[in-house]
Every structure is written in structure tokens, then in C-alpha cells.
Design a protein around this ligand. Structure first.
Ligand code: CMX
Length: 441
């Protein structure tokens, strides 16, 4: 990986120096007003942390190092015969801020393949998990157990200087990103199939192709979908639960395995990554109510959708896949997947259902009057694409998200360590304390 290390040795220290000078000149400037509602309201809108890898605009969506996802679909290197960008290209971009060449992307593909092997104790641990344990709990436990491999933790224990932290964080991050598809595939084969390994890692193939093969899929359309999936789920700036958890736990100098294991537990929540499973579960129940077996689509009307959505809302539940803490327009990650569906499965009944929901749900959420954003997010679409290619086990969907998210948040951890960002420790207040503060102001 010499070319990557060389670039990062040029880029990151220069950036750290730039930050130092910026802080010396503007460290005392204010970034906005804090209100009592912000303290109670999940800190929405507080500009309280720095994430260099990506920035989310409420209307436009995410940009990875300044590039929109639509741009990246055009500019990142693609897999052989495929039309979708490679995750390795996104990884290079998020780490360096530079669009990679085909050669640099291939270098990363080969390196990820080389580092994929799991230690014996983690293989044993995964094989001993009961099939009833949710795949996300398995993924997070196995990730945490990889702590045994941490180069960062070993070097820290032997007194490595702070200036080297980012290099060791990078080593662990690349190792972990390489191993996650293997862990995920083992979990998939154990929980939903006979536990036997199917595909093996081919060092001449990309991450998406190898991952698909280990899951047991060879369809070119599925491989391309997985490549797209891995790219669009990778990063969503710093405040979302999984990115923020990685940053917070990493700020205690817990190594990347411990930090990302914690993040996966957050991703497993129904308001965050588990929403992709929740969407499919919601759709499946709705289809069952519409009709027996495959007959459901004959009874599908906008009125039936509207009734179902209102029933869900009136029983106090959220409509999974809709709404967002920051976005105020349709999530471009939804649009990328919709475009994929229009290209590859335009006649799918499930796609028609998801498209009709898109026409019906936003108006209902507006009328309902609670959600600040009535538009669909990334999770509203992913499930039906996976169903189309035969990955039907919805309890597994968040694991795919978990493999992808590492590609964004671990580079962010590398940037954080290179800037020497400190332990995260915001001030909290009690209600009596807030009341006294407001009274005295
Ligand atoms: N259906 C029904 N009600 C919704 C809603 C939805 N899809 N989205 C928001 N609301 C409600 C909230 O529950 C909240 O109600 P209360 O005041 O009773 O608590 C109110 O609208 C205001 O919420 P908000 O400010 O618009 O949204 P938040 O920032 O609090 O929450 C999110 C954002 C994503 C958790 C929320 O929109 C939601 O629960 N969506 C459904 C779950 C989902 O799709 N999550 C995936 C997000 C993407 C990801 O992280 O993977």
C-alpha cells in the first residue's frame, strides 16, 4: 500500500498544520446559538464536531470529500463489466480527498483481499453463535473480538508517540474493512443456510464481487448492486449514530475494532440502520393483508396504501424509511437505488409498490404534521432490490449496511487521529441546572 501511505503522509500532516493555523486565528469565533430545545432535542443543529470525510446538505444530500453520489457514479472506477462504482474507490477518496485512478483502486482491492483472513478465535466464535442471535449482534461481537488483532492497541501499550496514532489507526481500519465481508458472509451462511463456506476471496476481484461470491451469489446484477450499496451507505457526515459512536469511542483511544463494534450496536437500532429491515417487514405485512401469495398486487391501490400508512401512524408507529434528522428532500441514496431499479427491474411488482409509496406517503406525513421531513431515506428502497436478486432474509440487511459504513467512518477516524482531536466530552446539564441558568441570564 506504499502509494496510499505516501499520499497520506503528504496530505494529513499538512492538513493538521492548516487546522492548527486556522484554530490559532479563529479558535474563539462563535458557530451559532445554543437553545434549551437543542439540549433536550438530541442536539439537532448544533455545530459541535468536525468530520472531514463528508458533509450532508439538508436539500442536496451527502457529498464525499466534496463529491455528490451522482458524480461518484460517473467518476469512480467501476468493476469489470459493471456500471456501478467500486467501494475501494470510495475508500481511497474518503481517506485522501482525491479521486483514485483505476490502478490505485485495484491496489486497494488486492490489499483488502490479502488482509481478509480472520483469526481462529473469531471464526470459532461466529460458528458458536446461536442462529437466533440477530445478525447485527453477531457482527458487532465478532468485530469487537478482532481487538486481539489491533496494531493500534499494541503500539499504544508500548508507548508509541501520538504523531504515529493515525498510521496505526489506518492499519487497523484497512484490516477491519477487509475482514468485515468475511464475517458478514459467515453469519449469513450460518444463520440462513447450512453454514458451509461457498465462495472464496479472489485477489483479482473487487470487494463487491468477492463479497457477493462469499454470500453465495454470482449474478452480475447482484454484484453491481452490492458495489453500489457499499458506496452509498459508507458515509453520512459525523453526527449520525454510527459515525458519531465511532468518533466518540475512538476519541477515548479505543482501537478501531472497539470503536466500530460500538458503532454497529447503534446501527442496529430501528431508527438508524435497522430501518432497512423494518421497511421490508412493513411491506411484507402489508402485502399479506392485500392478498394471498402473489395475488397482492392485483389489490394494490393508492387508497389501500393510504389506509395502511394511516393505520401505522394512528397506532403510534413511524413509517420506516421515511423522514430524516437532517435531510429535508428525497435522499439521493434513495434516488440512486430508484435509478438502479428503473434500469434493472422496472417491471418488478415490489418496485411498483415502493414507487407508489413514494407518491402517497409524503402527503400523508405532511398532513400528519409531525415529521419535519416527509421524504424517503436510503432505507426505503434497499430491501426490495435485494429481494429481487434472491437475498430475501431481511434480518440480514443491516449487516450489509454495517459492512459499508466502515468504509466511511474509519477513514474519518484516521483524519481525527491525524489532527490530534481530543477525548470527546461535551457538557451536560440537569433540568434544575438549566432552569437556574435561564433565570440568571
Ligand atoms: N413516520 C412517522 N412519524 C415520524 C416519521 C415517520 N417516518 N419521521 C419522524 N416522525 C415523527 C417523529 O417520531 C417525531 O415524533 P414525536 O414528536 O412524537 O417524537 C416527529 O415526527 C418529529 O421528528 P423529526 O424531527 O422529523 O425527526 P427526528 O430527527 O426526530 O428523527 C428519524 C429522524 C429518521 C429517526 C425519523 O424520521 C424516523 O423515525 N423515521 C423512520 C425510521 C427510519 O427510516 N430511520 C432511518 C433513517 C436513516 C438511517 O439512519 O439509516
Amino acid at each position: 500500500l506504499e502509494p496510499l501511505y505516501d499520499r497520506l503522509h503528504e496530505i494529513l500532516p499538512k492538513h493538521a498544520q492548516d487546522v492548527k493555523e486556522f484554530r490559532a486565528a479563529h479558535g474563539g469565533d462563535t458557530l451559532g446559538i445554543l437553545t434549551v430545545d437543542m439540549a433536550y432535542g438530541g442536539m439537532r443543529g448544533i455545530k459541535g464536531m468536525v468530520t472531514e470525510t463528508s458533509v450532508l446538505d439538508a436539500d442536496e444530500g451527502i457529498r464525499y470529500q466534496g463529491h455528490t453520489l451522482m458524480e461518484l457514479q460517473e467518476t469512480l472506477p467501476r468493476g469489470p463489466g459493471g456500471q456501478e462504482p467500486l467501494a475501494e474507490g470510495a475508500l481511497w477518496l474518503l481517506l485522501t480527498g482525491e479521486l483514485p485512478t483505476q490502478e490505485q483502486t485495484t491496489l486497494l482491492s488486492k490489499e483488502l483481499a490479502r488482509r481478509a483472513e480472520l483469526p481462529h478465535h473469531v471464526v470459532q466464535m461466529i460458528n458458536n453463535f446461536p442462529a437466533e442471535l440477530h445478525p447485527m449482534a453477531q457482527l458487532s461481537a465478532a468485530t469487537t473480538a478482532l481487538h486481539s488483532e489491533s496494531k493500534f492497541a499494541k503500539a499504544y501499550a508500548s508507548g508509541v508517540p501520538k504523531s504515529k496514532y493515525w498510521e496505526l489507526t489506518l492499519e487497523d481500519s484497512i484490516d477491519l474493512i477487509a475482514k468485515l465481508p468475511v464475517i458478514a458472509s459467515m453469519i449469513y451462511r450460518n444463520v440462513f443456510h447450512d453454514g458451509r463456506t461457498v465462495g472464496t476471496i479472489d485477489p483479482d476481484k473487487d470487494m463487491g464481487a468477492n463479497f457477493a461470491s462469499m454470500l453465495g451469489f454470482s449474478d452480475e446484477g447482484f454484484i453491481d448492486l452490492l458495489r453500489l450499496y457499499l458506496v452509498i451507505h459508507a458515509d453520512h457526515e459525523g453526527g449520525n449514530v454510527s459515525a458519531h459512536t465511532t468518533h466518540l469511542v475512538g476519541s477515548a483511544l479505543s482501537d478501531p475494532y472497539l470503536a466500530y463494534g460500538a458503532a454497529l450496536n447503534g446501527l442496529a437500532g430501528p431508527l438508524h440502520g435497522l430501518a432497512n429491515q423494518e421497511v421490508l417487514s412493513w411491506l411484507t405485512k402489508f402485502k399479506t393483508r392485500l392478498g394471498e401469495g402473489d395475488d397482492w398486487h392485483a389489490n394494490l391501490t393508492k387508497q389501500r396504501i393510504s389506509d395502511e400508512v394511516w393505520n401505522t401512524l394512528n397506532s403510534g408507529q413511524v413509517i420506516p424509511g421515511y423522514g430524516h434528522a437532517v435531510l429535508r428532500k428525497t435522499d439521493p441514496r434513495y434516488t440512486c437505488q430508484r435509478d438502479f431499479a428503473l434500469k434493472h427491474l422496472p417491471d418488478s411488482d415490489d418496485f411498483k409498490l415502493v414507487s407508489m409509496l413514494y407518491e402517497v406517503v409524503p402527503d400523508i406525513l405532511l398532513e400528519h404534521g409531525k415529521s419535519k421531513n416527509p421524504w424517503p431515506n436510503v432505507d426505503a428502497h434497499s430491501g426490495i432490490l435485494l429481494q429481487h436478486y434472491g437475498l430475501t432474509e431481511m434480518n440480514f440487511y443491516t449487516v450489509l449496511f454495517g459492512v459499508s459504513r466502515a468504509i466511511g467512518v474509519l477513514p474519518s477516524l484516521v483524519w481525527s487521529r491525524s489532527m490530534g482531536l481530543p477525548l470527546e466530552r461535551p457538557k451536560s446539564m440537569s433540568t434544575p441546572g438549566l432552569k437556574a441558568f435561564v433565570a440568571a441570564a
